[in-house]
Design a protein around this ligand. Structure first.
Ligand SMILES: Nc1ncnc2c1ncn2[C@@H]1O[C@H](COP(=O)(O)OP(=O)(O)O)[C@@H](O)[C@H]1O
Ligand SMILES: O=C(O)C1=C[C@@H](OP(=O)(O)O)[C@@H](O)[C@H](O)C1
Ligand SMILES: [Mg+2]
Length: 209
């Protein structure tokens, strides 16, 4: 019997009997016993990482590739509160934002077959880390402080980086947060790979792990 994965052109397992499957992905051949991880019990992929590592850029590409629904906790918060992230921080304060962000995460992780881009600070809270670990295949995106700075320097939508010396702030925040970004199922640098290549590698990791 030939079993074909419905979702992609370049990723398809063949059933070779006795529980063995041959999987071809990006020109490489993988063998594995059973397809238990193909039916990954975690139905959501959550992207974590510092600001401007590419979560909101890669998320929609990945969702389209997998034919999954797409959510972004920042967008959910903005829709729920009817305000931009900057206005929420300025008018209601960061704590109000963090509460709304937690509600957004809870709501999004009740979905099945979804890709979720999170805000860079979501991992600061144990309640969020617990939810992510329980419910999602967690992918951590990374980039060096200088690259992050280059990506955000003309962007006014990130209130935490509105300061005298954004590069120093990025370095400090990254140092504080790194231990949380390291807790994940898969990690990828968005400096090394284009958004499209990251997408393919994440897809591969999601199916093969
Ligand atoms: N390989 C890459 N993957 C994702 N984004 C990239 C990449 N290279 C450059 N970028 C750029 O970096 C920025 C990332 O912003 P965004 O997706 O909003 O990040 P985040 O949601 O993590 O804050 C975008 O302007 C995007 O075009
Ligand atoms: O790192 C953070 O604390 C934040 C990251 C932002 O999202 P992005 O990571 O998508 O920029 C947004 O949630 C808010 O400005 C706070
Ligand atoms: Mg984002």
């Amino acid at each position: 019997m030939v079993w074909t994965c419905s979702c992609t052109r370049d990723f398809w397992p063949l059933n070779y009997g006795r529980g063995f499957f041959r999987i071809r992905s990006w020109g490489k051949i993988y063998w594995r016993k059973g397809l238990n991880k193909m039916k990954n019990e975690k139905k959501c992929i959550a992207l974590i990482g510092f600001m401007a590592t590419g979560k909101s850029t890669i998320g929609p590409l990945l969702a389209r590739e997998l034919e999954y629904d797409y959510f972004d906790t920042d967008a959910i918060v903005e829709a729920d509160m009817g305000m931009s992230i900057s206005d929420i921080f300025a008018q209601l304060g960061e704590d109000a934002f963090r509460d709304a962000e937690h509600e957004a995460l809870k709501k999004a992780l009740t979905m099945e077959n979804c890709v979720l881009s999170t805000g860079g600070g979501i991992i600061l809270f144990k309640r969020n880390r617990k939810l992510l670990a329980e419910k999602a295949f967690v992918v951590s995106l990374s980039a060096q402080p200088e690259t992050i700075y280059g990506r955000v320097k003309d962007d006014t939508t990130r209130p935490l980086l509105k300061c005298e010396d954004p590069l120093l702030r990025i370095r400090q925040m990254l140092a504080e947060r790194q231990k949380y970004y390291d807790v994940c199922d898969f990690q990828i640098s968005t400096e090394t790979w284009t958004a499209e290549a990251c997408c393919q590698k994440i897809k591969e990791a999601f199916y093969l792990k």
